[in-house]
Structure formats: structure tokens, C-alpha cells
Write a protein that binds this ligand. Structure first.
Ligand code: BTN
Length: 318
């Protein structure tokens, strides 16, 4: 109901309680209660006895009422869950996945108290400045192909950010960077067996509004605000990512990994560069040559020897 009231408030300069009540078939008292709730959520709504309600400003919120109207998806985000605070959106969604939540469920939180990064790292997830969310997929794929979704997500995030005029690029395997500094990290988790995937959760964290970053990440990370000087609405960025994400996950389902690989390569910042890869089987240096059909990075060292990097982290050598 609040989404509908907001639609009415946004569609005209001012509107009376009686008009809203008539349009939506609810009492004027109910209208007033919803208006109060919206005001608590940060909407500035002027209420004058004679002229009615006037929406003066909309908060930078990720509540469903701001996000859902911007979605063009068929399935992704149609079951949208917003939480004020969670330990980790991946962990929270994992419980719902095990309990049978539908494919396409998106869980987004304002704050994560134990945000998880790759390789057991912590992901700093403060309130009001980021987009911390997880998406649930139930693709009919063998477990070994799950990492393709992580690469799909990197492509979707990079292209969504580019649609706001930002020069976002992908660093293998799935960090999204602007001017060489990380703005988004992606962490996938899955449950599956020999028969295939039961569920796949892809979590992404996008730094949006931070004007300064904590010391531990200040040298390597950035936010959209710091990188561009623009203040973007989080709901618009989140919706753009989800819209792209469904497009590319559909493409993966329909045409396999090759078109994704092409998009990944078109958006990658590492190809042709000298990199150092830290992997469980050692450190390798070489020129990043290509992404193979399994999403692994191919390096060629000074002796012409090739290495396939399956997992790990890379640093681009200056
Ligand atoms: C990385 O680059 O190390 C991956 C970071 C992933 C962070 C996101 S924020 C939303 C989701 N929930 C988590 O606990 N982690 C991911």
C-alpha cells in the first residue's frame, strides 16, 4: 500500500488525503498512518489541512517501495526481502534457500555485522552508504559450472555502473574496480551434489556513498562517491544491477558461457597486463592472456610458459 501511496505522491505536486483514500479504497485514517510511517522512513512529506500532502524529498533508501518500481526483471528481485541488520546477507539467504525460498529471491540489508569476503576475509558493511545483497538462483547446472554465475555478476555490476557514466572494469576473478580501486566484491556459495546444484547464492557488496574509507581498505578500495564525485541513489544502482543480472543469467542459461566470457573480456582490466597471482599452489607471475572456457585466467611468463589460474587473487604489477 505504501508503494501505491508513494506513486500517487510522486505523480502530482500535491494530493489530499480524501483523494488518496478514494483512489486506493482505504480510510483517511489509514492514509495518515501510512504517511506517518513514510515520514519515519525518511520521506519528507508536508501535510497541510487544506491542500493535502506534498512530497518534498525522498530518502536514499533501499526499501522495496523505492527499488521495486525500477525493476524490469521477470523473476530476479520479485521476491525482495529488506532487512535493517543481518550478520551476512549470504548467511541469511542460505537459511531461506534451505527452507525452499524461490529462485530469484533477493535479500538486501542496510547493515551487515559480519559481512563475509572471499578467502575468509571480512567485508566492511556500514549503514546508509552501501548496497549489500545476495541473490538466490536454482539453475539446472552441474556444480562445476557454478563459478560462471560469479563472473556473470561481475559483468552485470560493471555494465550497470557504466550505465551511470562510471569507468568500471573487472579484475579477475570478479572484483569490480574504478581507476584501479575496488568498488564491488562478489562472493558465491552453493549447495549441490552429483545431481547438480540445489541452490546458488551470489552476494555482492557495492561501496556507494562513503566519503572516506576505513584505513585497512583505504589504499585499495573506493566508493562510487569517491571515484566519481557523484551522489547516486542506491535504489537506482541496485535496480540497474539486478536488471543486468537477470539479462546475463538468462543469456548464460540460453547460450552457455561463451557470450558471458566475451562480455567479461570486453570489460576486463587485466588482459595484456603483467600480473602476480597468489594461488593455493603458489605465486605465479606473467602476462594475463585470456579467460578460458571454465573462467580460469591464463598467464604466460617471460619464458613463454603458460599457467592456468583456477583460484586465488591477482595483483596487477605497475
Ligand atoms: C570479496 O571481494 O572479498 C567479496 C565480498 C562480498 C561482499 C558481499 S556483501 C553482501 C554479501 N554478504 C556477505 O556476507 N558478503 C557478500
Amino acid at each position: 500500500m505504501r508503494t501505491k501511496i508513494l506513486e500517487l505522491l510522486k505523480s502530482q505536486e500535491q494530493i489530499s488525503g480524501a483523494e488518496i483514500s478514494k483512489a486506493l479504497g482505504i480510510s483517511r485514517t489509514a492514509v495518515w498512518k501510512h504517511i506517518q510511517k513514510l515520514q519515519e522512513e525518511g520521506y519528507v512529506i508536508e501535510a497541510a489541512t487544506k491542500s493535502g500532502y506534498r512530497l518534498k524529498s525522498v530518502p536514499d533508501t533501499l526499501l522495496a517501495q523505492e527499488l521495486e518500481p525500477l525493476l524490469t526483471t521477470r523473476e530476479l528481485g520479485r521476491n525482495f526481502i529488506f532487512r535493517r541488520e543481518v550478520t551476512s546477507t549470504n548467511d541469511e539467504l542460505r537459511q531461506l534457500a534451505d527452507a525452499g525460498a524461490p529462485a530469484g529471491t533477493v535479500l538486501l540489508a542496510e547493515v551487515q555485522t559480519k559481512g563475509k569476503g572471499r578467502l575468509g576475509r571480512h567485508w566492511i558493511s556500514p549503514s546508509g552508504v552501501g548496497i549489500w545483497f545476495s541473490m538466490l538462483f536454482r539453475p539446472d547446472l552441474p556444480v562445476a559450472r557454478a563459478p560462471e554465475y560469479t563472473l556473470v555478476t561481475a559483468v552485470a555490476v560493471a555494465e550497470a555502473l557504466q550505465s551511470f557514466g562510471l569507468d568500471a572494469k573487472i579484475k579477475w576473478p570478479n572484483d569490480v574496480l574504478i581507476d584501479g580501486a575496488k568498488v564491488c566484491g562478489i562472493l558465491s556459495e552453493m549447495r549441490g551434489d552429483m545431481d547438480g546444484l540445489h541452490w546458488l547464492i551470489v552476494g555482492a557488496g557495492i561501496n556507494v556513498g562513503q566519503q572516506a574509507l576505513p584505513e585497512e581498505i583505504a589504499a585499495t578500495a573506493t566508493s562510487l562517491a569517491l571515484a566519481s564525485g557523484k551522489s547516486l541513489r542506491r535504489s537506482q544502482v541496485a535496480a540497474a544491477v539486478l536488471n543486468k543480472m537477470e539479462y546475463y543469467s538468462d543469456l548464460l542459461q540460453q547460450q552457455g558461457f561463451e557470450p558471458i566470457r566475451q562480455r567479461w573480456l570486453a570489460n576486463a582490466m587485466v588482459i595484456g597486463k603483467e600480473v602476480k597471482a597468489r594461488t593455493p599452489s603458489g605465486v605465479f607471475e606473467g602476462i594475463a592472456m585470456d579467460l578460458d572456457a571454465n573462467g580460469c585466467l591464463l598467464l604466460r611468463n617471460a619464458d613463454g610458459k603458460s599457467t592456468t589460474v583456477i583460484t586465488g587473487d591477482i595483483v596487477v604489477c605497475e
